[in-house]
Design a binder for this molecule. Structure first.
Ligand SMILES: O=P(O)(O)O[C@@H]1[C@@H](OP(=O)(O)O)[C@H](OP(=O)(O)O)[C@H](O)[C@H](OP(=O)(O)O)[C@H]1OP(=O)(O)O
Ligand SMILES: Nc1ncnc2c1ncn2[C@@H]1O[C@H](COP(=O)(O)OP(=O)(O)OP(=O)(O)O)[C@@H](O)[C@H]1O
Length: 497
C-alpha cells in the first residue's frame, strides 16, 4: 500500500467498537483500524499525533510481545502502525459517517493524528482457493469463561453465577439491551459439545455485541444496540442454507431450518475446538478452580450425556481461558494492590517508566510480569506485577474470536452443466476448512481498574436486588423463531409446483 497515494474511494466502512473504527479496502484483504475519541473532544484532540502513534505502537507491541505469546502466534495478527495523509483521513471520515450506527456516534473517528493500525482483513481470508461460495466468518466475543475462586471475593453469588449472566440483568435494567441473552460463556468454554452448541444457539438468538456473521467480508447478521426487534434469522438461514446442503437432513430435497442451524453450529464448534497447529504458546491447560457451571445457565447439568470433555489445550478457547485466569485475585483482591501502585506513583512519579505502567511492552515485559513472586512481600514491584497480570487478563476477557469457515473445493465444481453430477454433488456432505484468529488485543489502561471495581459492585448489587428476575418481555425468542422457521419450511415444502 502506498501511503502517499491513498484514495478514500478505495476504502469502505467495515465495523466499529467502543474504541476504534475499522475500514476495509475494496480490493485488497486489508483493514485500517483508526482510534476514536469522545465527540466532545472532536475540536481538540485529546492527544498529539505522536502520542496517538505511540498508543498504536503500544497496541502492536502488546499484541506481539505479550498476547501472542500467551495465546499462540497462529491465532494472533499484530499488524503495523501506518501514517496516513491527513486529507485522506478527513475525506474518509466524511464518506463513512452516514454508515456508522447511531449508538456508536458518541465518539468520533480520529482525523488529527494521521495514524492507524493496518491489519489483514480477517473476514476475507486469502489463504484459500476461491470457491463458488465465499467464506463464512463468525465473530464471537466470548467474555469471561470462569467463576472466580479467589478468597477475596466478598459475595458468594459471584462464585455461583458468572459475570456475563449477572451483567445481562444490569444491561437490561439500564436499557443497553432490550432483551437478555441466554448465552452463558461457561457453556461455551466447557469443551462439552452439547453445552457449546447450546451456548452458540443462544448467541445466534440474541447476538448483542457478542456475535456477528460475515459472508464474503460483509456483515450479514448482528444486533443493533437498543433496537426493539431481533435480527433477521430467516435472512441468516437463507445465507447459510447453500453451505449446508447435504443428504442426511433433507425432507423431500429440502433442508429444515433446524438442520441448517445444527450443521452450522457443529462446524463452528469444530473450528473452536481445533488445535492451533503451530506454536500454541507456553501455557498448559489448567482447569478453573471454581465451579464449572453457572447457576444462571439454562443448560441443565444432567443433560451432559457423555461427561465434560474439557477443552483441548491448544484450542483457541483454551488459550483465551488460560489467559483470562491470570486474574487470580478477582478485582476485589486486586484493587488494594492497584491502590498501592497508585500511591507509589504519586510519591515517585518517575517510577512509572521503571514499572512499565504504560509500556513499553517489549520482549522483557511478560517475563518480568511472570517472574513476580507468589507471596506478597509488601513491595510496589509485587503490586505492579499483579496489576499487569490483571490487565492482561482483562484484555483476554474482552477479545473476540474470528472463525473463518471455507467450504472445501470439490472436483465436480469444474463440471458446470453436467446436471446429473451436480445433483450428486448436492447430496454429498459439505466439508469445511477453518481458520481461527483473535482480535482486539489492546492493553487496558491502568485507570480502567477503579471503573472495573465500581462496575463489579453495580452488577452484583443489581443482580441481588432483582434476585435474578427480569422485566416481562426481556427474554429472547428462539423457540418461537425455530417454530416459525419450521412452519416456513413446511410452507415451502408444500408449495404447488
Ligand atoms: O467492562 P465490560 O465487561 O462491560 O466490557 C466493556 C465492553 O462492554 P461489554 O460488556 O462487552 O458490552 C465494551 O464493549 P461495547 O462498547 O459495549 O461494545 C468495550 O469492549 C470495553 O472495552 P474498552 O473500554 O473499549 O477497551 C469493555 O470494557 P473493559 O474490558 O475495558 O472493562
Ligand atoms: N482485522 C480485522 N479484520 C476484519 N474485521 C475486523 C478486524 N479488526 C476488527 N474488525 C471488526 O471491527 C470491529 C471493531 O474492532 P475492535 O473490536 O478491534 O474495536 P474496539 O473498539 O477495540 O472494540 P471494543 O468495543 O471491544 O473496545 C470488530 O468487532 C470486528 O467486527
Amino acid at each position: 500500500m502506498e501511503m502517499d497515494r491513498m484514495d478514500e474511494n478505495d476504502w469502505k466502512y467495515h465495523e466499529e467498537g467502543n474504541k476504534s473504527l475499522v475500514v476495509c479496502h475494496v480490493q485488497h484483504c486489508r483493514v485500517l483500524r483508526l482510534l476514536k475519541y469522545p465527540a466532545e473532544d472532536s475540536e481538540n484532540p485529546p492527544q498529539t499525533a505522536e502520542q496517538a502513534f505511540r498508543q498504536i505502537q503500544n497496541i502492536v507491541d502488546f499484541t506481539s510481545n505479550v498476547m501472542s505469546r500467551l495465546l499462540g502466534d497462529k491465532f494472533v495478527h499484530s499488524g503495523e502502525v501506518v501514517r496516513l495523509p491527513l486529507e485522506f483521513v478527513r475525506q474518509l471520515s466524511i464518506k463513512i459517517q452516514h454508515q456508522r450506527p447511531a449508538w456508536r456516534c458518541d465518539k468520533v473517528m480520529d482525523i488529527y493524528s494521521g495514524c492507524a493500525l493496518c491489519l489483514p482483513n480477517l473476514t476475507t481470508p486469502t489463504q484459500y482457493q476461491p470457491t463458488a461460495t465465499p467464506p463464512i466468518c463468525i465473530e464471537i466475543k466470548p467474555k469471561w469463561g470462569f467463576l472466580p475462586s479467589s478468597k477475596h471475593v466478598s459475595r458468594d453469588i459471584k462464585t455461583r453465577v458468572c459475570r456475563y449472566c449477572m451483567h445481562q440483568h444490569y444491561k437490561v435494567a439500564n436499557g443497553k439491551w432490550k432483551r437478555r441473552s441466554l448465552y452463558c460463556p461457561l457453556d461455551l468454554f466447557s469443551g462439552n459439545r452439547q453445552r457449546m452448541h447450546f451456548a452458540i444457539r443462544h448467541l445466534i438468538e440474541e447476538p448483542q455485541n457478542n456475535f456477528k456473521v460475515f459472508k464474503g467480508g460483509q456483515c450479514i447478521y448482528s444486533s443493533k444496540e437498543g433496537s426493539e426487534g431481533s435480527p433477521d434469522m430467516n435472512a441468516l438461514l437463507h445465507h447459510l442454507r447453500p453451505y449446508f446442503l447435504r443428504g442426511n437432513n433433507r425432507v423431500n430435497g429440502h433442508m429444515t431450518a433446524k438442520a441448517v442451524l445444527n450443521d452450522f453450529i457443529q462446524v463452528l464448534v469444530n473450528a473452536l475446538l481445533s488445535p492451533a497447529g503451530g506454536d500454541g504458546g507456553p501455557l498448559t491447560h489448567r482447569a478453573p478452580e471454581g465451579r464449572s457451571f453457572c447457576e444462571a445457565s439454562l443448560f441443565s447439568n444432567e443433560r451432559v450425556r457423555h461427561g465434560s470433555q474439557g477443552l483441548p489445550s491448544s484450542s483457541v478457547l483454551s488459550r483465551i481461558l488460560q489467559t483470562q485466569m491470570l486474574d487470580a485475585l478477582d478485582i476485589e483482591g486486586l484493587y488494594p494492590l492497584y491502590c498501592r501502585v497508585e500511591q507509589h506513583l504519586q510519591d515517585f512519579p518517575k517510577d512509572r517508566t521503571r514499572l512499565q505502567i504504560d509500556g513499553p511492552y517489549d520482549q522483557n515485559f511478560l517475563e518480568n510480569v511472570q517472574k513476580s513472586s507468589m507471596e506478597d512481600d509488601g513491595s510496589v514491584e509485587y503490586a505492579a506485577a499483579k496489576v499487569h497480570q490483571y490487565r492482561i487478563a482483562m484484555t483476554a476477557k474482552d477479545c473476540s474470536i474470528m472463525a473463518a469457515l471455507v467450504p472445501s473445493v470439490k472436483e465436480e465444481d469444474d463440471d458446470e452443466g453436467l446436471s446429473s453430477q451436480k445433483h450428486l454433488r448436492d447430496f454429498r456432505p459439505q466439508a469445511f476448512s477453518s481458520s481461527v484468529s483473535i482480535l482486539d488485543l489492546d492493553p487496558k489502561p491502568l485507570d480502567s481498574i477503579p471503573r472495573q471495581l465500581r462496575l463489579d459492585q453495580k452488577i452484583v448489587a443489581c443482580y441481588l436486588r432483582t434476585g435474578g428476575a427480569l422485566p416481562m418481555g426481556s427474554l429472547p425468542l428462539l423457540p418461537n423463531f425455530i417454530a416459525a422457521a419450521e412452519r416456513e419450511d413446511r410452507t415451502l415444502l408444500f408449495q404447488p409446483a
